[in-house]
Ligand binder design. Structure first.
Ligand code: CTP
Length: 402
């Protein structure tokens, strides 16, 4: 088993009064499922949307709504709960964060249980705003969001889409999975440390068509490349993902270019690399393709006994590097390090990541991966079994620190 960063982490989950509060149930449930200890604090308006009982059931802990809980009113319990919570937490998440709460936290107000707690916080703060389109766009809201961000809060920006009012535009709370990924970034001690970096990533297999219904493919799921794309985006990069056929989805802000064959992938990489600073080739590009593509379906009566193959172009070996940072992957079953070093040199790479298929839970289709990173300087590092998202963050950190 790899170490789940959420396991044992102490998280304060703040809920404010917006319709997106119903999605917070899924967030709290996911955090609890991943063995985080979650304590929920709600604003009085949040209670208009959803019952504290829902959150106390999901988090298996009392929910705080009143700044002065009943136990304190008769003087029998003088505990300063907000200080105790603030000192206890590894992370506070406010999701959804209304523009009202954002404004109050950004200016140090402490007029309800949630804002009082936020004012005493020692841990990192993650904020996922949600509002209707004009409220989100509002100049003061944007100033307040920027104020929080420049004071080290991690902001998971609202997404564009249909809103409760029937209007459409930016304001919808970010997808639950994206907020969880962002929380993982913050808990890992990471932040938006790739601001403005333009990163091109390839992912997935390529399919080399034999006839209109058949192809030669491979077992790559695309999970590693998608994890790198997501991690890079959450760390502030501008991400383009060239993806072979997969069923995976990325975030809406990631530009996805879908390709099928090695030739299509090569064309896209060549075109997109001009606008990017870094290329990470995580795709499992086919080395061979059928020599000819049959225009009609091959039938049994054709008595096919062989398919003649020819080499595809090696994308990494052939692209113009022009001073960009180029990272390759190597999937090896034997002599992994010496083979990878050979590829690093032959393809003139800055760094190569070995996917060690020796570990049962590594590489194809799994959510975990065991990687070895080798730089062109000779520096190497072997990582333990990690989730692909964790591995993605290690790879990005290795690139930045090189
Ligand atoms: N790669 C590429 N173009 C290809 C094949 C591979 O750009 N036609 C890239 C992959 O995306 C990966 C790296 O080259 O980043 C190494 O891929 P791998 O398949 O491990 O190595 P190959 O060079 O194809 O060698 P072999 O399959 O013989 O091990």
């Amino acid at each position: 088993m790899h170490n789940d960063i959420f396991s044992g982490k102490k998280i304060i989950f703040g809920v404010t009064g917006g319709i997106a509060a119903y999605k917070s149930c899924f967030l709290v449930r996911e955090l609890a499922k991943r063995n985080a200890e979650v304590r929920v604090v709600m604003t009085p308006s949040a209670v208009e949307f959803i019952s504290p009982l829902t959150f106390s059931t999901l988090s298996n802990y009392n929910v705080v709504v009143d700044t002065f809980p009943a136990t304190q009113k008769d003087g029998t319990n003088t505990s300063t709960w907000h200080i105790e919570y603030a000192m206890w937490a590894d992370l506070m998440i406010i999701a959804p964060a209304t523009i009202n709460t954002i404004a109050k936290v950004a200016h140090g107000f402490a007029d309800n249980a949630l804002t009082t707690l936020a004012s005493a916080l020692r841990s990192p703060l993650l904020v996922a705003p949600a509002a209707d389109v004009d409220m989100y766009k509002n100049k003061f809201t944007q100033e307040n969001i920027n104020r929080l961000e420049s004071n080290d809060a991690y902001i998971v920006k609202a997404e564009s889409g249909e809103l409760a009012s029937g209007l459409s535009g930016y304001g919808r709370m970010a997808d639950v999975n994206k907020i969880i990924d962002a929380a993982e970034i913050v808990l890992s001690g990471l932040k938006k440390d790739l601001p403005g970096k333009k990163i091109l990533i390839t992912a997935g297999p390529t399919y080399e068509d034999i006839d209109p219904v058949r192809f030669i493919g491979n077992r790559s799921s695309g999970k590693m490349g998608y994890a790198i794309a997501k991690a890079a985006f959450l760390r502030g990069a501008d991400v383009t993902l060239i993806s072979g056929p997969t069923l995976l989805t990325a975030y809406p802000e990631i530009k996805i270019i879908s390709v099928r064959s090695a030739a299509e992938m090569k064309k896209s990489v060549e075109k997109e690399l001009r606008n990017n600073d870094i290329l990470i080739m995580a795709a499992a590009v086919a080395d061979f393709r059928p020599l000819t593509l049959k225009s009609r379906k091959i039938k049994k009566e054709d008595k096919l006994t062989e398919i003649k193959l020819t080499r595809t172009d090696d994308i990494l070996a052939s692209i113009k590097k022009d001073g960009k940072i180029i990272v390759g992957f190597a999937l090896e079953t034997d002599n992994e390090k010496s083979n990878a070093v050979k590829k690093l040199k032959a393809k003139n790479l800055d760094m190569i990541v070995i996917n060690s298929v020796r570990d049962k839970k590594s590489a194809f289709e799994y959510d975990t991966n065991k990687i070895i990173v080798i730089h062109n300087t000779g520096k190497q590092k072997l990582y333990p079994l990690l989730s692909k998202f964790q591995a993605a963050n290690k790879i990005l950190s290795e690139i930045i620190s090189a």
